[in-house]
Design a protein around this ligand. Structure first.
Ligand code: X8Z
Ligand code: ZN
Length: 613
């Protein structure tokens, strides 16, 4: 994920929402009269905040990098201390910023003050002890996730980590083997429940001290619209794509029924969560061989080619970089190659979950990832480099503007670029045989894409629906697990394969819950990326159907993309959207256009089937 976002996830403290200058004096004394602040002071204040944030965040990022690439008690403590130093500054900055409320300010100063307030993902309470506790819990939860292993029901091993268990999820077709890997990873999250509950309490307290009802309201406030309007926005977008998801679900369930039997995969019921090729059933691409519409028509097995050609991690990243440079963007700096972590070290615990970093908010870009020679990882590399190129494009902006237009934008860039990694392009770089053009090959390719892109949509939406209810108290700790599975059944049409109880904590088995990274960003990105892709295709002068378009080599597409990236968060996101797409509105029509051939095919296939759950 974007480093800035993670950084902000990393604990921030704020003063109470009482303006410091007007705060009452000691008991019995009269309130101190406030000096009347000026707009010029506000501007100077924001300049100081930007400079100090840059200094402290760079230090904090460095500590965080070492922690994530070498998890020990000590590196966890060092990262927490760096966070606390940053938080202390932010506390006083926020306290001071409240003096400027109600003043007529120039638009940039006003926007940066707003961003300062909505920026933190885990705001800490004012009490320093509680702040330290929140810092420690957050670091511990992410560490527990990173170190998590399943050593069998008797605990005697062999022990397997998430990568190994994920490999089972993607490759095995044995109900029992899948169940073992799935329940095994679930045990890693069980001990997180207590810490998570406390984290919610502390971060909610922090959110209230800066004037939000609860943490969920703060998370929904970073989208240049009122938080309630943002909820309606996500519902609207989901409404546009839901019928396509239901068609895909119906077809996949029918195919799984043929493999596992109608007693285990019944009609009209949610699909057991361990059968979809992925630990969280969030992307189903690994099911492709099982559900391939026209078996054997045009092989799309990129993983096999990567393995056969012994493409190593560096080469894979070079392939990704090559796409960006073909658009006219610069080659990555030498330090990227020296300092990134591209493979899983054998001798220490690391957080393998992929992320892209800018440690100095200038040129010290890095990727942290445990790359394997798979198609999924090739696509993730394009995703991560999208973050890095975004960070690079806005590096000249004030620190408070160094972020995506909104969180969804940051997640969408690399994916939009990866949509141009078509079979045609892959054939060109020798990872597939010459791209076929008949209709059956089209449906095959579309199915493969939909298993990742369309299947993801409800999961992308429900993770934060669960958290918003947890933060607001609508879901009490005694119902964490029940509420999670209710959403997964209702929104995703997926169910736990074995009974779950409130001893379990399946949400914590997902990185972004353990690490407190907001998730709606990925839902938005899943939609934005098709809008961005369509816009770049138009800029490149491409005429055919969207799914065939690759903007590889188009300097004009790159120019348009970079113009949007360079805006960072300096303007409300609809303006950034407009800079690239010409439209100010988020809209799933490009996604639906892209998948139109598959939609027609699915509807034919599903005729007579009992869809839904
Ligand atoms: O976390 C990620 C990226 C890093 S920002 C690898 N993604 C989400 C996930 O893995 O759950 C990308 C897709 C959704
Ligand atoms: Zn990301």
């Amino acid at each position: 994920m974007a480093r800035l976002a993670l950084l902000l996830a990393a604990l921030t403290a704020f003063a109470p929402s009482v303006p410091a200058a007007a705060a009452p004096g000691p008991a019995g004394s009269a309130p101190k009269p406030a000096a009347r602040p000026t707009a010029a002071e506000a501007r100077a204040f924001v300049a100081r905040v930007n400079a100090e944030l840059l200094r402290l965040q760079s230090r904090q990022q460095t500590a965080e990098w070492v922690k994530s690439t070498y998890i020990t008690d000590d590196t966890e403590a060092l990262a927490a201390w760096a966070n606390e130093e940053l938080m202390a500054f932010q506390t006083s900055a926020i306290r001071e910023s409240l003096r400027f409320r109600g003043l007529a300010l120039d638009p940039d100063t006003a926007r940066m003050l707003m961003l300062l307030r909505v920026g933190p993902t885990l705001p800490a309470p004012a009490d320093p002890r509680k702040r330290a506790e929140l810092a420690a819990i957050a670091a511990r939860l992410e560490g527990a996730y990173g170190k998590g292993k399943w050593c069998g029901a008797d605990g005697k091993g062999p022990c397997r980590d998430l990568d190994q268990l994920s490999e089972v999820m993607s490759k095995s077709r044995s109900w029992d083997e899948l169940l073992d890997a799935w329940t095994g990873w679930g045990t890693v999250a069980r001990p997180m429940r207590g810490d998570y509950q406390r984290l919610v309490t502390l971060a909610n307290e922090g959110a209230r001290t800066i004037g939000f009802h609860d943490l969920g309201e703060l998370w929904r406030s970073g989208f240049d619209m009122p938080p309630d309007a943002f909820v309606a926005e996500t519902d609207r977008l989901w409404g546009q794509v839901q019928p396509l998801y239901q068609a895909l679900h119906c077809y996949v369930r029918a195919r799984l029924q043929q493999v596992y039997g109608a007693d285990r995969v019944p009609d009209g019921k949610p699909i057991p969560a361990h059968l979809l090729g992925n630990m969280w059933a969030q992307q189903w691409g690994d099911l492709y061989p099982l559900v391939e519409p026209f078996p054997g028509v045009a092989s799309l097995d990129v993983s096999a080619a990567l393995e056969r050609q012994k493409v190593d991690a560096v080469r894979m990243v070079k392939i990704g970089e090559g796409f960006y440079t073909s658009l006219g963007l610069p080659a990555l700096p030498a330090t990227f190659w020296q300092r990134s972590m591209l493979t899983k070290p054998r001798d220490r615990e690391v957080v393998c979950h992929a992320s892209a970093w800018s440690l100095d908010f200038r040129d010290d870009l890095r990727v942290k990832m445990c790359i394997r020679p798979t198609e999924e990882d090739l696509s993730t590399i394009h995703h991560e480099l999208g973050h890095n190129y975004y960070q690079w494009a806005y590096k000249g902006l004030p620190t408070l503007y160094q972020n995506g237009a909104n969180e969804g934008f940051h997640e969408a860039i690399g994916d939009a670029v990866a949509l141009s990694v078509t079979p045609g392009y892959l054939a060109r770089i020798g990872l597939l045989d010459a791209a076929p053009a008949d209709e059956r090959a089209t449906v095959n390719f579309q199915m493969k894409m939909a298993l990742d892109k369309v299947a993801f949509l409800p999961f992308g939406k429900l993770v934060d629906r669960w958290r918003w209810d947890v933060f607001s108290g609508r879901t009490p700790p005694s119902a964490y697990e029940a509420a999670w599975w209710k959403l997964r059944r209702e929104v995703q049409g997926v169910d736990a394969p074995v009974a779950r109880t409130e001893e379990d904590f399946d949400p914590g088995a997902k990185y972004h819950v353990a690490a407190s990274v907001p998730y709606t960003r990925y839902f938005l990105a899943a939609i934005y990326q098709f809008q961005f892709h369509r816009a770049m295709c138009r800029a490149a002068g491409f005429q055919g159907p969207l799914y065939l378009c690759s903007v590889y080599g188009s300097k004009e597409a790159g120019r348009r993309l970079e113009a949007m990236l360079a805006m960072g968060q300096s303007r409300p996101w609809p303006e950034a959207m407009e800079a690239l797409t010409g439209s100010r509105r988020a809209d799933a029509s490009a996604l639906l256009e892209y998948f139109a051939p598959l939609r027609r095919w699915l509807d034919e296939q599903n005729r007579g089937r009992r869809c839904g759950w």
